[in-house]
Design a protein. Structure first.
Length: 327
């Protein structure tokens, strides 16, 4: 009988320990989730978000989270309707403190975000997977670009963020914000963003922001060079004939460099303008270097140039659209 009582005692003790461990694990998991999804001080509340509000010495407040309604407001005892959308949690706390001060001496107000409503962010342009992404917690610019699979090989040098003015201000230290109707726009250096050299560029993204990664402007070098293709101006802010030939790793043995041509699109529906270039004399330093502009095609023919010049130029224009792009 005594042995049976001991067994029951140890079984109850084990059960108690397991229950205690389960509670600790659950509490730890909730704390981890709260830390992971804790809002930035810059995060603006929006319709659908749920906030938990506590005011010392005010007992008739709801003991559950309050959902911000579709027009961005919450309704509270004593103070009535309060605008919450567009404010950070700290700004809402300050606004409520002012309102409750009419009824309570030195009110101590606490505002916590209990749940974030899923809201869209559009990612467009030269990214791996362009589309609309839903944010269920605050995210920064690098996080959202990662959701889209990162930038594509033909991405340009900047990221453009467009924000509706009713979502709050869009400002980055050291960069100019443009205004366009009801939107504000900022251009952020992709290199500075990804390298982390300017941490302030990694801005907090708001719902309904539009993130656009424009394609890089490209110079094409085609024909009798060792590495034909397009060369991104994202890596080279400007380019000349000499620089382009160097990036293309020089001429092939049968290149007619003295009969090179620059094909330049001047008007949308007009034929490309043909500019004669003696690339061999430029490389020898006997003629001034020639500047190249976005979408120019530098074509280096071979020794049979005179017999097929027109066909070769037409082929060069067609090939440029499918050329490999180098950064």
């Amino acid at each position: 009988m005594l042995d049976l009582d001991k067994k029951r005692f140890f079984a109850l003790l084990l059960l108690f320990a397991l229950l205690r461990l389960s509670c600790v694990a659950e509490a730890f998991g909730q704390a981890t989730l709260q830390r992971r999804e804790a809002p930035s001080a810059e995060y603006s509340l929006g319709p659908g978000d749920q906030v938990r509000i506590m005011v010392a010495d005010v007992d008739n407040l709801p003991d559950r989270p309050i959902r911000i309604d579709p027009v961005g407001q919450i309704d509270l005892p004593l103070v009535g309707t309060v605008q919450a959308a567009g404010l950070t949690p700290e700004q809402l706390r300050a606004a409520l403190q002012t309102k409750f001060a009419k009824y309570v001496t030195d009110p101590q107000v606490t505002v916590n975000v209990a749940e974030y409503e899923s809201r869209p962010v559009s990612v467009l342009g030269s990214v791996t997977h362009a589309g609309v992404y839903q944010m269920t917690s605050p995210k920064h610019l690098v996080d959202v670009l990662s959701l889209a699979g990162g930038t594509a090989p033909d991405a340009g040098a900047t990221v453009v963020v467009t924000r509706q003015t009713d979502r709050g201000s869009l400002s980055v230290a050291g960069l100019q914000t443009e205004k366009s109707g009801s939107s504000s726009i900022v251009h952020i250096s992709l290199n500075a963003l990804t390298s982390g050299s300017r941490p302030s560029d990694n801005i907090l993204i708001q719902p309904d922001d539009v993130i656009t990664v424009p394609k890089a402007e490209v110079i094409y070098v085609l024909g009798n060079v060792r590495r034909a293709g397009g060369f991104s101006l994202a890596s080279h802010p400007s380019m000349t004939v000499l620089q382009a030939v160097t990036l293309a790793e020089g001429f092939t043995p049968n290149a007619a460099a003295s009969h090179a041509r620059i094909l330049r699109k001047v008007e949308e529906n007009a034929p490309a303008k043909e500019i004669k270039v003696d690339a061999s004399r430029i490389l020898a330093g006997k003629e001034p270097d020639q500047p190249l502009f976005a979408n120019d095609i530098l074509f280096i023919p071979n020794s049979a140039w005179k017999a097929s010049s027109k066909r070769a130029l037409e082929a060069a224009i067609g090939v440029s659209t499918a050329a490999a792009i180098y950064r």
